[in-house]
Design a protein around this ligand. Structure first.
Ligand SMILES: O=C1C=CC(S(=O)(=O)O)=CC1(O)O
Ligand SMILES: [Ca+2]
Ligand SMILES: [Fe+2]
Length: 337
């Protein structure tokens, strides 16, 4: 059997492109309320970045007929890693499409877009335009004062397959939720030296569960909830504020006008040592999802955004095990249906 070529050297989760059905409503939510900086806008798209982000964008909102994930994107370490990504995914038998700089997402150079083994549309790029440093432009801060994109959370029915695939991409595993027999319910995996760049929530997939956005302080998480309450938009608050067991982050989850879920997240921890050990939560530990034992609202387990294929067509979802040869059992999100 032919040797799998080396994977690209992924640096971090870098940006997501969401299709939204009402760009003005999305602007209110993501710019006015969350405080993203508008780096660039066209009549159909907004290119957004957080206060700490020094590159063109970490979120693109584009007008679309349906609310969906257009793609997630990982930055790689060198231009040669874009070539490696193309070779790697073709060797895995995945659809891969090269997108020369200037023909893809504004601000991004040469890239490759793939449908990964879990069915997700994923872009790998190196070149991205640098942007003005706003880190200390406190005069421009607004709303939740989003600092940066932190992670993607994806819904997939086969958590062991997701773990194996991302391990193959060189991701470490910071935390898991496991059953009494160590069946894998969820995993948090990283390339940058924090808890995760990507996490897996059990359920029908491929679907986007949420985008995780980092703020610097827990008071900004609380202020986010207060801001939505203040303008009688509390229905956008789905879960929290609270303290996570997994990651130890302070959090609140919101739903945007299209239902896309976003987490405002702060104060996780360093994972950069070469012998960093995975912390394993038991599925019966009620502190795992919320350290104070608060219940997780059902919609958090059930709802997620559809994803598009490389031609913008919604991808079918499945809730069966992707790897028929595996003896893994589909466990669902924390054992729910
Ligand atoms: O970022 C996260 C960190 C922890 C959790 S959990 O609810 O504690 O499992 C969920 C999450 O994946 O959104
Ligand atoms: Ca609510
Ligand atoms: Fe998250």
């Amino acid at each position: 059997m032919a040797e799998t070529p080396p994977p690209p050297d992924v640096v971090r989760s870098a940006y997501a492109q969401l299709a939204v059905t009402d760009l003005d409503a999305a602007r209110w939510f993501w710019v006015e309320m969350l405080g993203f900086h508008v780096q660039c806008q066209t009549k159909d798209s907004l290119y957004l970045r957080g206060t700490d982000e020094l590159t063109h964008h970490s979120l693109v909102l584009r007008r679309g007929d349906i609310a969906a994930l257009d793609h997630i994107a990982y930055r790689v370490r060198t231009p040669q890693d874009v070539d490696r990504a193309e070779t790697y995914f073709r060797a895995l038998g995945c659809q891969a499409r090269r997108i020369p700089g200037g023909r893809g997402t504004r601000g991004i150079g040469d890239a490759v877009r793939v449908v990964d083994p879990l069915g997700f549309p994923v872009e790998f790029f190196y070149e991205i335009e640098h942007a003005e440093r706003l880190i200390q432009r406190y005069d421009l801060r607004r709303g939740a004062e989003i600092a940066r994109l932190d992670h993607f959370n994806i819904c997939t029915p086969d958590i062991p397959a997701a773990y194996t695939y991302y391990k193959g991409l060189g991701f470490g595993c910071s935390e898991t939720i496991e059953g009494d027999e160590h069946e894998l319910y969820a995993a948090w995996m990283y390339r940058k030296q924090t808890v995760h760049d990507v996490a897996f929530t059990g359920g029908a997939g491929p679907r986007l569960h949420h985008l995780g956005l980092a703020t610097h302080e827990s008071h900004q998480v609380l202020r986010t909830a207060d801001l939505f309450g203040a303008v009688h938009a509390e229905h956008h608050i789905e879960r929290g504020p609270g303290r996570h067991g997994v990651s130890n982050a302070f959090y609140v989850y919101l739903r945007d006008p299209d239902g896309h879920r976003v987490e405002i997240y702060t104060s996780d921890y360093y994972t950069g040592d070469p012998d960093h050990e995975t912390y394993r939560w038991n599925i019966h530990d009620d502190r795992r999802r919320d350290f104070w034992g608060n219940a997780v609202i059902e919609s958090w387990y059930k709802d997620a955004s559809p994803v598009l294929d490389l031609d913008g067509v919604p991808r079918p979802v499945t809730d069966t095990i992707l790897d028929e040869s595996a003896d893994a059992t589909r466990v669902g999100a924390d054992g729910l249906g």
